[in-house]
Design a protein around this ligand. Structure first.
Ligand SMILES: [Zn+2]
Length: 290
C-alpha cells in the first residue's frame, strides 16, 4: 500500500473518530482535498474552480460522519466470532451489512464516469500559507514546471483524470470500492487496513496489520491494569522474603546479604517499593537497614 493510499485511510479513521463536528469537518476537508485534489462535483462547478464552489464541510461532516462510521465498522468487523459469554458463533459483519452496503451502494451510484480536467498552475504559496494551498501547489507541480510550463513527461499534459461526484460521501465510497477491488484482486491480505478497538470502539490504523488489538489508549490502560493485578503478588513474595531474612541469625544474614543474587533481590524490592508502597515491607527494610 503506498503512502497516498495510507494517507486516505488514516484520514478516514480520523474523520470517523473525531469527537466534534468541527474536528470531523477538518478531517473530511483534509482527506478529500489533500488526497483527492482534482475531483470535481457535478453541481455547480467542481473543486477546480473552488472560488465558485463554497463547500460546506461542517454540514457534510455532520451528515456523513455517522454513516461512514457504520460503513467502516461493517468493513472491519470479523466474518464470524465466538461470543465470550455464551460460546455461540456470531456474525458481526452480517448485522452491519444492510446499512453499510446501502450507504456504499447509494454513493457509488453517484460516481460519474472519468473525465479530463485541466489542472491550473498554482504558484508557490507564501510561507505560513494554509496547508490546503500548499497541497494544491504541490499537486500542480506534477503537471507544471516551476516556471509555469506544462510538463511533457505524461502524454496527458496538464489534464488530470477525474470523476464527477454529486456529494462529499461519493469520493469516500469511490475510494473504498477501489480498495475492496484491490483486496479481491489479491493485492491485500485484509479487506481494510483498519480495525475497531474492542474496548472503546474507536477506529485504529495500525502500522502493521494483525500486530495490534486495541487502540493505544486502551493498550496503556490494559498494561496498567495488568501491573495493578501483579503488584500484590510481588508484594506478598517480597514480604515473605524479607520476613525470613529478618528471622535469620545475624551471622547467616550478614553472609546472605553479601550474595550477589540476594543483593539484586533487595534492589528489585526497593524498586517495586518506589512504585507500589507497602507498609509492612517498608518496616522490615528499615529494621534490617537495607
Ligand atoms: Zn480503545
Amino acid at each position: 500500500m503506498n503512502a497516498h493510499t495510507k494517507g486516505i485511510w488514516s484520514g478516514l479513521v480520523s474523520f470517523a473518530n473525531a469527537g466534534t463536528v468541527e474536528g470531523a469537518a477538518k478531517e473530511l476537508h483534509r482527506t478529500v482535498t489533500d488526497y483527492m485534489p482534482w475531483f470535481s462535483q457535478r453541481d455547480p462547478f467542481g473543486l477546480l474552480s473552488d472560488e465558485f464552489f463554497p463547500v460546506n464541510w461542517k454540514a457534510a461532516a455532520a451528515e456523513y460522519q455517522s454513516p461512514v462510521q457504520t460503513l467502516l465498522r461493517w468493513l472491519c468487523s470479523p466474518k464470524s466470532d465466538v461470543d465470550a459469554d455464551t460460546g455461540t458463533v456470531i456474525h458481526p459483519r452480517d448485522s452491519l451489512q444492510a446499512q453499510g452496503f446501502a450507504f456504499l451502494h447509494e454513493h457509488a451510484m453517484h460516481v460519474g464516469g472519468i473525465q479530463f480536467e485541466e489542472v491550473p498552475y498554482v504558484e508557490e504559496p507564501k510561507p505560513n500559507a494554509p496547508s490546503e494551498e500548499v497541497a494544491r501547489h504541490q499537486e500542480s507541480m506534477k503537471f507544471w514546471t516551476s516556471i509555469g510550463k506544462i510538463k511533457d513527461d505524461s502524454p496527458l499534459g496538464a489534464f488530470a483524470i477525474t470523476r464527477r461526484y454529486k456529494d462529499l460521501a461519493d469520493p469516500i465510497c469511490d475510494f473504498i470500492c477501489a480498495e475492496l477491488q484491490k483486496f479481491r484482486d489479491g493485492e491485500y491480505e485484509q479487506p481494510v487496513p483498519i480495525f475497531a478497538c474492542p474496548h472503546c470502539t474507536k477506529f485504529v490504523m495500525p502500522k502493521r496489520i494483525g500486530k495490534k488489538k486495541f487502540c493505544s489508549d486502551c493498550s496503556n490502560k490494559a498494561r496498567a491494569e495488568q501491573y495493578r493485578e501483579k503488584a500484590p503478588l510481588d508484594e506478598a513474595g517480597d514480604y515473605q522474603w524479607l520476613y525470613r531474612l529478618e528471622r535469620e541469625n545475624p551471622r547467616v544474614r550478614g553472609m546472605k546479604l553479601k550474595n550477589p543474587k540476594n543483593k539484586k533481590r533487595i534492589g528489585d524490592i526497593k524498586q517495586r517499593q518506589l512504585q507500589h508502597h507497602s507498609a509492612r515491607c517498608q518496616r522490615l527494610i528499615e529494621k534490617l537497614k537495607l
